[in-house]
Design a protein around this ligand. Structure first.
Ligand code: M6R
Length: 608
């Protein structure tokens, strides 16, 4: 989603604003812009496409000024062109915005009737017009800001400069995040702390309903009525090195190869590698007393939750209600305070997941957040935080966050099983031992399968449609494999429960549709092989992802068989994630797509 930065500086700001925007590139965007005030005049440069287009403009026509705001836009209202790029200017007011102004259409009609002339198709421009109108009518800047905020509805982070006050930036948050950075004689604001990491690590996070004003004196926060509120600053762990690709071609590749190291770090938080026991979990959620769990998330995080459902139900005998957050939030699902709810989100800012969290909180449930960004809104609104400790994930396609989410869910389900007496001490030890072996096995698998997957990906890149099949925990993995492939290679892919094949998708099987079957040699193996036979009988091309026992047991002819080591079922979903990630990655590289920032996608989806 859109990225926002602002600086009230003592040195020229344009280059620093663009540098900070670069750190927000991972959020996804399709145009960018920067505005400053210099010698009492607002000026801006905007460009369609990637940041280098904006930099080219700034090279040609420099933008002096000690105060400025900047933006990367992920189009919602209006095509991604220069006219729709932010900042939007109206009569000495400059505005950048992340989110959606839901009532923009009625406001626009009203403003047009009043004589306003719009120059973009965006919802954002109504904000600039409202502010201009209120200042024309005699309101001061902060009063105009409050009046505007009391007219707009929706989800937004808004940042504003007034040409006649070149020392102040005003902002407001209702939905998408905003972080304020405290520097030495300078103040900053950004969509997250990573954007501000080269400037300062002292950060104040705004909460919904906050209006913040920064100037050389510091930060002032108030509510929408103008009543002062206190927000404490904290020292952020975000650092500038986080945007380094190292020796890798893409962040996604780097993030795939980081998994063995990162997952061991994440596991260390939840299990004791010496005693092979799970560590006590946050007391805010007492698994022993729960009647059930509700889990909600979006995209890849949802699919991690689906694997978690299998684990919680099997090991802790805890019934799990799970849904994608965009449905969960509106289903009017009857929940009970005897249940707890877990929300899984890499960013911790996903709008639908946050809304589902708030719905569950209102029903009296204890809330657990499985998040990567500990300072995120979802984390801050939860009773218990279960960090996944994956480090910043920059590639839009989630990889290491997924396997770390799985590692956390596996550990929590064992802990829940122990608390509920459904997992014995011996079973706990055995499962934790398997988890402890996982980083080593991941390293080996990544090295061993890479050449085969690269060759196979060249073949896969020639197809238009792909079907993924799996059973048990391999079913969510099949959906994750399909999601990964479609989002970065743009090949149409679907993930199905293998048993559902004959209820519909079998009609699609022919030699033009490879079927990727995920089947470790587990209790479902024979049944999945029967489904593979149904595919083979119809001329389908099978890519078989299995383990050594599975490869030995299956006699079917395949287009390729990717053989992984035999592993225990508690770690199989993490190990089997690796070939599906690499397959998507190399296929996308062959297709020549923008692997780290695939078209139309955003890393952090802060609107509905
Ligand atoms: O930040 P979140 O984990 O809440 O994001 C959820 C989804 O938007 C995300 O997993 C998305 O599906 C990824 N692009 C998948 O690779």
């Amino acid at each position: 989603m859109c990225g926002i930065v602002g600086i009230v500086g003592q040195e020229p700001v344009a280059a620093r604003l663009v540098d900070a925007l670069r750190r927000l590139e991972y959020r996804g965007y399709d145009s960018a812009g920067v505005a400053t005030i210099h010698e009492g005049k607002l000026d801006r440069r905007r460009a369609e496409g990637k940041l280098f287009n904006l930099e080219k403009k700034l090279d040609g026509e420099q933008l002096p000024g000690l105060i400025g705001i900047a933006h990367t836009r992920w189009a919602t209202h209006g095509v991604p062109n220069e006219a729709n790029a932010h900042p939007h200017f109206v009569d000495g007011v400059a505005v950048v915005h992340n989110g959606i102004i839901e009532n923009f259409s009625e406001l626009k009609d009203e403003l047009i009737a009043d004589g306003a002339v719009f120059t973009s198709q965006t919802d954002t421009e109504v904000v600039a017009h409202l502010l201009a109108k209120y200042t024309r009518e005699g309101l001061g800047h902060r009063e105009a800001m409050l009046a505007m905020l009391n007219r707009v509805s929706g989800a937004y982070a808004l940042v504003v400069m007034f040409e006649d006050d070149p020392g102040t930036i005003l902002s407001a948050r209702f939905g998408p995040p905003l972080a304020i950075g405290h520097g030495k004689g300078e103040m900053f604001l950004g969509s997250d702390a990573i954007a501000l990491s080269p400037f300062t690590n002292e950060i104040t996070y705004l909460v919904d309903g906050d209006v913040a004003i920064i100037n050389h004196k510091g930060l002032e926060v108030m509510d929408y009525q103008g009543k002062p509120v206190t927000r404490k600053s904290q020292i952020s762990q975000a650092t500038a090195f986080m945007v380094d690709k190292g020796n890798h071609r893409h962040f996604m590749e780097k993030e795939i190869y980081e998994q063995p190291e990162i997952i061991s770090h994440a596991l260390g938080h939840y299990v004791d590698f010496a005693s092979h026991t799970v560590k006590p979990t946050d007391k805010a959620i007492d698994f022993s007393k729960l009647s059930g769990l509700a889990i909600s998330a979006c995209g890849t995080a949802y699919l991690a939750g689906l694997v978690g459902k299998y684990w919680f139900e099997r090991y802790a005998r805890l019934p799990v209600e799970i849904d994608v957050a965009s449905e969960f939030r509106y289903r009017e699902l009857p929940l009970s305070p005897t249940q707890a709810a877990l929300f899984i989100s890499q960013s911790g800012e996903t709008a639908d997941t946050l809304a589902s969290l708030r719905y569950s909180k209102d029903q009296g449930l204890k809330i657990g957040a499985i998040v990567n960004v500990r300072e995120s809104t979802i984390a801050r609104e939860s009773d218990a935080i279960f960090p996944i400790l994956a480090g910043p994930e920059i590639g839009v396609a989630s990889t290491k966050a997924f396997t770390c989410q799985l590692a956390v869910l596996a550990s929590l389900s064992i802990a829940a099983g122990r608390a509920r007496g459904t997992v014995s001490e011996a079973e706990e030890k055995a499962m934790v031992k398997h988890l402890a072996e996982m980083p080593r096995i991941m390293s080996k698998v990544l090295n061993d399968i890479q050449p085969q997957i690269e060759t196979l990906s060249r073949d896969l890149s020639r197809f238009k449609d792909v079907l993924y099949l799996g059973r048990g925990t391999s079913y969510p993995l099949a959906m994750e494999g399909a999601l990964k492939l479609k989002e970065i290679s743009y090949i149409h892919a679907e993930g199905y429960a293998a048993g559902e094949l004959k209820h519909g998708p079998i009609a699609l099987i022919d030699e033009h549709m490879p079927v990727i079957v995920i089947a470790p040699y587990d209790r479902f193996f024979e049944k999945t092989v029967s489904n593979m036979q149904e595919v083979a009988a119809r001329g389908g091309k099978i890519i078989f992802i299995t383990d050594e026992k599975g490869a030995a047991a299956s006699k079917l002819e395949t287009m390729a068989t990717i053989t992984l080591p035999n592993v225990d079922e508690i770690i199989a979903p993490m190990i089997f994630s690796l070939p599906i990630q690499l397959l998507a990655y190399h296929t996308a590289v062959f297709m020549g797509t923008d692997v780290d920032q695939p078209r139309n996608l955003a890393k952090s989806v802060t609107v509905e």
